[in-house]
Design a protein around this ligand. Structure first.
Ligand SMILES: Nc1ncnc2c1ncn2[C@@H]1O[C@H](COP(=O)(O)OP(=O)(O)OP(=O)(O)O)[C@@H](O)[C@H]1O
Ligand SMILES: [Mg+2]
Length: 257
């Protein structure tokens, strides 16, 4: 079989075509098609149960669609070879078994190990990457603590560090700020902005936070089983149908940059 190369230079980094997904008999996603471009900061919004998490899991190959296809970095998701270029912070990542005695450094280090060939141990370079990722989320001083001894918000920040430890090209986040206090949230969104602008990291974030949509993103996808809207933030602001899906939409103002 041909080795799949991953193309990070293409303008289109994620291509979703005619996706259908069912849980049992229930149609969850219907005919979803759109592209995510290099450098996009995309918000996926929509009511509870509208299929946002399901869509992310399909994009990441964790669920198989009934119909349709996903292409990541030029390669079909079913045969992708460069998972180290993809970061993922799942919704409610913080279900930590209190009896599992793993340190913060080890949790983030797992992100390095997962992307390694043989030998699977951490080099000095890996340890530096772990420390740098923890610094970026403001958790460097917790490096030797047990993950189970941290608060929920601190754990969430560690999971975010794990997702960025390999300097991914695309970062998927499913309501990442849940449980994080507002100061840490601002720092976290500023970090995403910085990675997005300075390192051309493509960011795809499920969120219910209209303030974040206003302040940080350049593209919006509104899901309600179907893709109700996909476009730029400016287009989103002038689409009454799209805005009606988010509570607090009356606070919308187009003022990014
Ligand atoms: N494992 C499952 N088995 C059966 N149905 C499921 C399963 N997971 C999710 N669903 C259903 O699929 C639909 C979409 O769920 P999904 O988690 O994608 O929604 P969401 O948009 O992420 O919602 P939220 O904003 O609450 O996170 C919901 O109706 C949900 O009840
Ligand atoms: Mg969800």
């Amino acid at each position: 079989m041909m080795q799949n190369k991953c193309d990070t230079q293409n303008r289109v980094q994620v291509s979703i075509r005619n996706l259908y997904f069912f849980y049992g008999e229930q149609l969850i996603l219907e005919d979803i098609s759109f592209d995510i471009e290099r450098g996009d900061f995309l918000a996926i919004v929509g009511p509870n149960g509208s299929g946002k998490t399901t869509l992310l899991k399909i994009i990441l190959g964790l669920l198989k669609p009934a119909k349709g296809s996903v292409t990541l970095l030029g390669s079909d998701v079913t045969s992708l070879s460069c998972w180290h270029l993809i970061g993922y912070v799942p919704q409610k990542a913080t279900h930590v078994d209190p009896l599992f005695p793993i340190s913060v450094a080890e949790v983030v280090g797992l992100g390095r190990i997962a992307a390694k060939g043989f030998p699977r141990w951490l080099t000095q370079k890996d340890k530096e990457a772990v420390f740098r990722a923890l610094e970026q989320v403001g958790m460097a001083s917790f490096v030797n603590r047990k993950i189970s001894d941290l608060s929920g918000g601190q754990q969430q920040r560690v999971f975010i560090a794990r997702a960025i430890v390999n300097n991914p090209r695309i970062l998927f986040l499913d309501e990442p700020a849940t449980g994080i206090d507002s100061t840490a949230q601002e720092e976290f969104y500023d970090l995403l902005d910085r990675l997005n602008r300075e390192h051309e990291l493509t960011v795809v974030m499920v969120t219910h936070d209209i303030g974040v949509v206003n302040k940080h993103v350049n593209k919006v996808a509104c899901l309600n089983r179907r893709l109700v809207f996909h476009g730029t933030h400016e287009e989103f602001c002038s689409s009454a149908e799209a805005r009606s899906l988010i509570p607090g939409e009356h606070h919308l103002v187009a003022h990014r940059h």
